[in-house]
Design a protein around this ligand. Structure first.
Ligand code: BGC
Length: 815
């Protein structure tokens, strides 16, 4: 957490003297380079074209009435009040906009994060993003988003700093991949959409973060010298250098779903993008987000991600977080680029007041649209006590904290969390049907992930003993309880009459001993359950892909004695699994970070109360060294702008890379077993429109972009049958191969549809997938349009990216 604090603690005040545009060189073609350039040519900034002015909100897409209310509100504000509306203040929540009592505006409370309202007591900890993405279930994604939204609202938080589409998962090592969903833009896009709808249907504003290119933690912020002022930057944050096509087809894609779902806000990310900070990158904020995607809400900075005043404002930034005017605690150098500087910039004519008005209209439109002006709960005062980021001593302004304290907002969410995490559990291996357990007479439990956390606060750090149910940093949660696997297994064993022979939770001891000596019993238990964990946190990338605490050696040691070794991983995501083909390792379950009901969820799967139906949202390679696109972990030169991360793999992240290079993998993207089996048959494709031109009709932009891109062009149907012994849920997945005429670099197969269907034994159902124009288009860097290429598409449906069973071909555009 220390690094997290540091991330925004080093803000510095500066006066705004004039416009500082993105680039000295205004290279119009810059967004389309792919090859690294010499940094002397690159210059301090310079490869992100300037896009000005920042577009005004119109309320299009259903916010028209709310926009008028927001405009009325803005019309009543003084200039100082306007500056307050766009500038965070230290206060009870992670982010705060102060109240204006004379207008009955009680301020805005912004709270983390993507799996829980973190700065709160008596709140639930839900499964992490990567976990819930593994369900491939739209209903689950929505239910979770809605339940989370209810808790944020009941605690008085207007804005949830959730969900995450950046990082997307370019690199296996990124410390925050688990906060987001999947290493695939399509699945992440669907997850964004349903989570946002859930949050906002519960009355809370959602925040799509971190926009954009935030694919590593290392050097996500500048390095300052010890005095910590903005002028004392030693090296700027890393620059994610991404070409135009890749931005559109990979990293922007899920954010387009977010804009289409009418997300209230976007959070711009810490790092630089093509040379200029993401929070002052006019191409990204004005160009991609507000023009191309027609985003109608507001852009807030990540905490301390603002690096200029007017330059950021003109580039599209609408709210500075966490802000602060003048000083933060005793560090008088820290402060805000906004606040009083905004007032000054308007007064001296540097900043046109109409831009400031648009910023506030954008902030207040979703507020009115979600009826947050009517009976919204007050901020729970207990949040203020727990908020270590801005303790009371740092507050410069007044906050009304007279509401009910320590509200229990958990409702009936425990059973929902239990069900969601069970449905997210991925069965990777199940030799001889080792699972589900069939009332074994004896069980032994191994591994430091099995038991209660006994050495420190839950999930605030990587503690040796205790189960892991969430990662670390701003995206974690404060557990009010956590059901450990060991306690849930013990309870279940009592019910089924199973003897829990022994538990060995000290990994060092297991690895350094002979397990038959440890157990000192003549024959192995009927099942040996091994629980492994892998920690990841904000502000640090992972250093390796092993399971932590010698987990692989623990499995080897147990499996040397026990011929029915069942492994469960609680992990942030990608791990090397060197024991996967060990003959005595009969089953492997990837449970990721399940949230507070962890033990109950895994017991439900182990005993077959829930038939596993999770599927991998990324690829597990045979060797860690098989992954491409590592983070940039160091630079050998000391120049201020030398941290560069070149996304030269372009579209080839995760399975797109493994497939393009025919690299064998251990478990491919989309893979997951069940206690039953499924078949597919009768694929068919049917056009939904008469003719399909290559370019979309140019329709007025709506949230999500040109509506023509979202128009369904084909319906693909396929019959799914449960051919096995028990009820279970199948996840049919549709992958598209583009025609040869598509520009080079197009991945061999890309996910463009999926469904989840529960089937009784022997039951068949037809599922259908709508292919939209966007699904069949590539981003043409020349015309700056999405285009459907000429020639034949191959559409395949299967149960993973490498288990494709049905195929159909179609030629939308012929030459
Ligand atoms: C993180 C954000 C988070 C914010 C507030 C930042 O360091 O990157 O995701 O919402 O802090 O805690």
């Amino acid at each position: 957490m220390a690094a997290h604090l540091l991330a925004w603690g080093l803000l510095a005040a500066t006066t705004v003297t004039g416009q500082q545009y993105d680039s000295g060189t205004r290279d119009a073609d810059a967004f389309s380079y792919v090859q690294p350039r010499n940094t002397t040519i690159l210059g301090p900034y310079g490869h992100s074209p300037a896009v000005y002015p920042s577009p005004n909100a119109t309320g299009s897409g259903g916010w028209e009435t709310a926009l008028v209310q927001a405009q009325d509100f803005v019309a009543q504000l003084s200039l100082d009040e306007k500056a307050d509306m766009v500038t965070g203040q230290f206060g009870p929540c992670v982010g705060n906009i102060v109240a204006i009592p004379r207008l009955n505006f009680s301020g805005l409370c912004l709270q983390d994060g993507p799996l829980s309202i973190r700065v709160a007591d008596y709140a639930s900890v839900f499964p992490a993003g990567v976990t819930v993405a593994s369900t491939w279930d739209r209903q689950v994604l929505y239910e979770r988003g809605f339940a989370m939204g209810q808790e944020f609202k009941a605690k008085g938080a207007h804005v949830a700093l959730s969900p995450v589409a950046g990082p997307l998962g370019r690199s296996a090592y990124s410390g925050r991949n688990w906060e987001g969903f999947a290493a695939d833009p399509y699945l992440t896009g669907v997850a964004m959409e349903h989570t946002i709808q859930g949050h906002q249907d519960a009355g809370v504003q959602a925040t799509a973060k971190h926009f954009i290119g935030n694919e590593q933690e290392t050097q996500r912020n500048p390095t300052f010298n010890s005095s910590g002022t903005v002028t004392d930057i030693i090296q700027e944050a890393v620059s994610s250098n991404i070409d135009d096509r890749t931005i559109h087809e990979i990293y922007l894609w899920p954010f387009a779903n977010a804009a289409r779902a009418k997300v209230a806000s976007f959070m711009c990310s810490y790092q630089r993008l093509n040379g200029s900070y993401a929070c002052e990158n006019s191409k990204a904020l004005n160009g991609l987000l507000k023009e191309e995607l027609g985003f109608q809400g507001y852009v807030m900075s990540d905490w301390g991600g603002t690096h200029s005043g007017v330059a950021s404002i003109e580039s599209g930034l609408d709210m500075d977080m966490p802000g602060g005017l003048g000083s933060y605690g005793t560090n008088v150098k820290a402060g805000s680029f906004f606040g009083g500087n905004v007032t000054r910039a308007v007064t001296n004519g540097t900043l046109d007041e109409s831009r400031l008005d648009d910023m506030i209209v954008r902030i207040m439109t979703p507020y009115y649209w979600l009826n947050q002006d009517q009976d919204f709960p007050s901020v729970d005062p207990s949040s203020a006590d727990i908020n270590t980021f801005s303790p009371r001593s740092s507050w410069l302004r007044e906050f009304n904290l007279t509401g009910e304290r320590s509200r229990d907002v958990r409702g009936d969410h425990g059973p929902i969390i239990r069900r969601h995490a069970a449905e997210a559990t991925i069965l990777l291996k199940n030799k001889h049907n080792a699972l589900p357990l069939k009332a074994p007479k004896t069980i032994a439990v191994f591994g430091n992930d099995a038991g209660e956390v006994v050495t420190g606060p839950l999930n605030q750090d990587v503690f040796e003993y205790g189960t892991l149910a969430a990662g670390g940093g701003s995206g974690t949660g404060r557990f009010t309880y956590l059901v450990s696997p060991l306690s849930a297994i013990s309870a279940r064993a009592q019910q089924t009459g199973t003897k829990l022979v022994q538990n060995w939770l000290n990994n060092t001891q297991i690895v350094s001993s002979n397990v038959s000596d440890l157990l000192a019993i003549p024959t192995p238990p009927e099942a040996c359950l091994v629980f492994l964990k892998t920690w990841a946190e904000e502000a640090a990338d992972r250093e390796h892909l092993n399971v932590d605490f010698n987990g692989a050696e623990v499995v080897e040691s147990v499996a040397a004695f026990c011929n029915n070794t069942i492994v469960v991983t609680h992990s942030s995501g990608i791990n090397e699994l060197p024991f996967a083909n060990h003959p005595n390792v009969t089953a492997i379950l990837a449970a990721h970070y399940p949230g507070q009901e962890s033990g109950n969820s895994i017991v439900d799967v182990l005993y077959g109360d829930v038939n596993p139906s999770g599927h991998l949202p990324y690829t597990i390679a045979r060797n860690g060294s098989d992954y491409n696109a590592p983070p940039t972990t160091a630079v050998s030169t000391t120049g201020r702008y030398d941290w560069q991360s070149w996304f030269t793999e372009r579209l080839e992240i995760d399975y797109r890379y493994f497939d393009a290079h025919n690299i064998p993998v251990l478990y491919e993207f989309g893979f997951g077993l069940s206690y039953t089996t499924f078949n597919l048959s009768n694929i068919a494709i049917e056009p939904l429109v008469d003719s399909i031109p290559s370019a979309p009709e140019s329709l007025p932009i709506q949230p999500g972009g040109n509506p023509a891109l979202w128009e369904p062009l084909y319906n693909v149907s396929v019959s799914v049958t449960n051919s096995g012994p028990v009820q279970g849920a199948a996840v049919p997945q549709l992958y598209v191969t583009f025609p040869d005429s598509t520009p080079s670099g197009t991945p061999p197969r890309q996910l463009r549809g999926f469904d989840k269907v529960l089937l009784d034994k022997g039951e068949s159902r037809t599922v259908s997938f709508e292919l939209m124009r966007r699904d069949l288009s590539y981003w043409d860097i020349v015309s700056q349009e999405w285009r459907i290429p000429e020639g034949e598409f191959v559409v395949r449906v299967g149960f993973s990216s490498r288990d494709l069973r049905e195929v159909v071909r179609v030629t939308p555009v012929s030459s």
